[in-house]
Design a protein around this ligand. Sequence first.
Ligand SMILES: Nc1ncnc2c1ncn2[C@@H]1O[C@H](COP(=O)(O)OP(=O)(O)OP(=O)(O)O)[C@@H](O)[C@H]1O
Ligand SMILES: [Mg+2]
Length: 363
Amino acid sequence: MASVTLRRMSKSYGTVPVIHSLDIEVPDGQFLTVLGPSGCGKSTALACIAGLEQPTSGQIIFGNSDVTRLEPHERDVAMVFQDYALYPHMSVRENMSFGLKQQKVAPTTIKRQVDTAAELLGLTQLLARRPAELSGGQRQRVAVGRAVVRNPSVFLMDEPLSNLDASLRIKTRTEIKRLQRELGVTSVFVTHDQEEAMVLSDCVAVMSGGDLQQFGAPMEVYRNPANLFVAAFIGSPAMNFLEVTLENTSDALICHLGNQALKLPHIVVHPATLSKLKPGQKALMGLRPTDLVIEGHGDLSLKGKVFLVEPVGSVSYVDVDLDGWSVKATSDPDRTPASGDVVTLNCRSGRVCLFDPDTEARL
Ligand SMILES: Nc1ncnc2c1ncn2[C@@H]1O[C@H](COP(=O)(O)OP(=O)(O)OP(=O)(O)O)[C@@H](O)[C@H]1O
Ligand SMILES: [Mg+2]
């Protein structure tokens, strides 16, 4: 096992920069997810960690060793690809044994390690089958099993669940998490699915356009997004953003939204935010739909008119018109209002995020 550190790692293809000076540290045994939209450089970053690509500058460090210039097979990593790439003519057992055989591991050791991994992944009954005789989820588990039998120091996964249907994705991600916790192997997982990142990870690196936007624990990134990009990318349904004008009084920061105002007590506002304020400061106020509850709890309230209701079972999402601004809020499914109803939305002041509309940074 080893920690994984990227130190000012950059990567260009020819003259096109793809990753800009990435600084990330994954402690030994932890699970990092690299999260971001298509094309932001996630697979490239993972390929650099695996040694399949050379960074243009910067360092990759496993534990205390600089592995930047090492070949993939010298790095003690195992990787699972999106398209699982199993050998079709081999059985599950042969697929899982293949890497170890190539490393000339003793047959009895191979058998023991494959049996253990198969047991962990629920593949014991399937060891004699060929990939064509397996479901998509089972094939994906074989691909994971083939990687973990090698007992790597670092486990790398590039969107391993994206070929699976929704319910299988959820089941398989639970298995990956359980397996990773059980083995305690330092893991880097790539996805564009924010929920997957939240559920699986000890830490999340949010990327956009080759830049690291934020690095932190999932709930930290969710509750305290560093900028507008992270706030909008994480959380489903997406955060509401409303243009407000800020006014600082002796005991509160008031967010004016048309004829309504939300009063944030100074105690919930970071002192640095207050010191940055300019007179007549405009801001984008971010409120998550799940924090904005119809007839809910909280020291803040807004009034508006319902224009669309979306029941999802556990809750109902309700689109509300606030004097011309539209927001998505949440309602108790048993007390869902109807279109046209005038409702009160409640929120806790500590849940309000404010962003600078020019720099898009958190205020
Ligand atoms: N071999 C290459 N040569 C030139 N450009 C490349 C090469 N590989 C990737 N790129 C570019 O680098 C950028 C990052 O690609 P990368 O595959 O890392 O994105 P990603 O975040 O994994 O996206 P996705 O979610 O779609 O898999 C993209 O703009 C891509 O077009
Ligand atoms: Mg990719």
